[in-house]
Design a protein around this ligand. Structure first.
Ligand SMILES: Cc1cc2nc3c(=O)[nH]c(=O)nc-3n(C[C@H](O)[C@H](O)[C@H](O)COP(=O)(O)OP(=O)(O)OC[C@H]3O[C@@H](n4cnc5c(N)ncnc54)[C@H](O)[C@@H]3O)c2cc1C
Length: 428
């Protein structure tokens, strides 16, 4: 058997494991350089079978993600998919609403459909002749020594070996590429599940076709130990996500019949009940998702393999940054290719990995901390007063005072630097 390492061989393609959000955007970035790319995706082509379930229906897209999409000229296309969310709209238990702007006038984050975004990215990459998608093709393993992917050939069911100049693992939180790296030496890995899960529910459009609740914000029902949020969709529906502990007195496990579910919503989310006509059916049919974070290091192996997106740093969804960070990975990697060229692949991968790791850790920790902010603090008047003060300070001293949320969501300041600036300001 040929045991030569293929890393850096320009006659071979870059192979990407996973045609999710990061995989397709990275394919486009490489294709713009004329680099041949083979993308392997275990699921069927969503353009043929429609959206494949299992993950959140819509996502909050902010500056880091937009910056990466602008970089490949997708800004006009993406804007057509976005619904601006200017701030949080908090629902108190008695139904009273409080609004909190995310940033300064004109600053907003965007609700975007995962399936529409995925399709846009896929079509963008697939338009290049040098990109080939292989759907229904599961990546089974990676030969780290020879930079070769092992995939299951959907036609024959046999394993096929695909040599690559570079393998990019963009295959999500349960990455098979990372699984192989975990078995290699000096690879650090940390993973934790939250005691909480999530379930998606739908607020359908109003009878006349409009939105049933205000569409210009992200709705939150903060209830201290649990919460529900809702993001608008382009068909005038909202996707609600209920975050509850898996077990315990108030939990998914405890809500085991329609009467208990109805009583629970009556007590905690009464104003949402008339908006959720299919609550019981959806609650007992839709899966309960798991929430976990993953940190690992390094993101690369030698001169031929690299992890990006959730494969490198899966985070909990409470800062709305997982996809944004994954897109930022693509953008930064593309900038590293500019700086190093693919011929100095080992240096490029090592530098990317070393410089990106602190940012990945920073957003992982921020996202965890933001869970408490969303489910508890946003219902606290003192917290809201502090946020108003931060905004007033930013208006007065725009060059000196930018709140942490704004640096994360409305700028491209590296995550770790944003945290450091915020801590310095607090004298920590
Ligand atoms: C409930 C929830 C809400 C979220 N909300 C937000 C938000 O508002 N904003 C935000 O920025 N982020 C959000 N995220 C995070 C976001 O979904 C992820 O960070 C993002 O999807 C990561 O993209 P990715 O391409 O790295 O991975 P994925 O999107 O998971 O794509 C991985 C791809 O790899 C494929 N794959 C896996 N294994 C194999 C294999 N063996 N062979 C071939 N292919 C394989 C998968 O089928 C998939 O297509 C949320 C996540 C959750 C769970």
């Amino acid at each position: 058997m040929n045991r030569q390492n293929h890393a850096g061989n320009p006659a071979l393609p870059v192979c990407i494991s996973g045609a999710g959000l990061a995989g397709s955007l990275m394919a486009t970035m490489l294709a713009r350089r004329g680099i041949a790319v083979e993308v392997f995706e275990r699921r069927p082509d969503p353009r043929v079978v429609g959206p494949v379930g299992g993950r959140s229906i819509n996502l909050a897209l902010s500056e880091r993600g937009l910056n990466a999409l602008r970089h490949v000229g997708l800004d006009d296309d993406i804007r057509k998919l976005c619904i601006p969310m200017h701030g949080r709209i908090m629902h108190a238990p008695d139904g009273a609403l409080t609004r909190q702007a995310y940033g300064q006038e004109g600053q907003y984050i965007n609700s975007v459909s995962r399936s529409e975004l995925s399709r846009l990215l896929l079509e963008s990459a697939d338009a290049y002749e040098c990109v080939h998608y292989h759907f229904n093709t599961k990546v089974l393993d990676v030969d780290l020594r020879t930079t070769t992917l092992e995939v299951r050939n959907p036609g024959t069911g046999r394993t096929k070996r695909v040599p690559a100049r570079l393998i990019i693992g963009a295959d999500g939180a349960w990455s098979p590429v990372r699984a192989r790296m975990q078995k290699s030496g000096r690879f650090n890995f940390e993973q934790r599940y939250l005691d909480y899960g999530y379930k998606e529910l739908t607020i359908p459009p109003a009878a006349g076709g409009g939105f049933r609740i205000e569409e210009g914000g992200l709705h939150i029902w903060p209830r201290r130990d649990f919460m529900m949020i809702a993001l608008p969709n382009q068909d005038a529906s909202f996707t609600c996500t209920l975050f509850l502990p898996h077990e315990g007195p108030v939990s998914f496990e405890a809500l085991d019949d329609p009467a208990k579910l109805g009583g629970f919503f009556e007590e905690h989310f009464a104003d949402s009940l008339p908006l959720l006509p299919n609550l019981s059916e959806e609650f007992f049919t839709n899966p309960t998702g798991e929430l976990a974070w993953i940190k690992c290091e390094p993101f690369h192996h030698g001169d031929g393999v690299l992890l990006i997106g959730d494969a490198a740093h899966a985070i909990v969804p409470f800062y709305g940054q997982g996809m944004n960070a994954a897109f930022e990975d693509c953008y930064l990697l593309d900038r590293h290719i500019d700086a190093f060229t693919l011929s100095r692949q080992a240096d490029m991968l090592a530098t990317y990995s070393r410089t990106r790791k602190p940012d990945a850790d920073a957003i992982c920790d921020l996202a965890l901390a933001n869970f408490a902010e969303m489910r508890a603090h946003v219902a606290n008047p003192a917290f809201l007063a502090r946020k108003r003060l931060e905004k007033a300070l930013q208006r007065r001293f725009p060059d000196h005072f930018v709140p942490l949320y704004s640096m994360i969501s409305f700028s491209n300041v590296p995550y770790a630097e944003a945290v450091a600036r915020s801590r310095r300001r607090l004298g920590l």
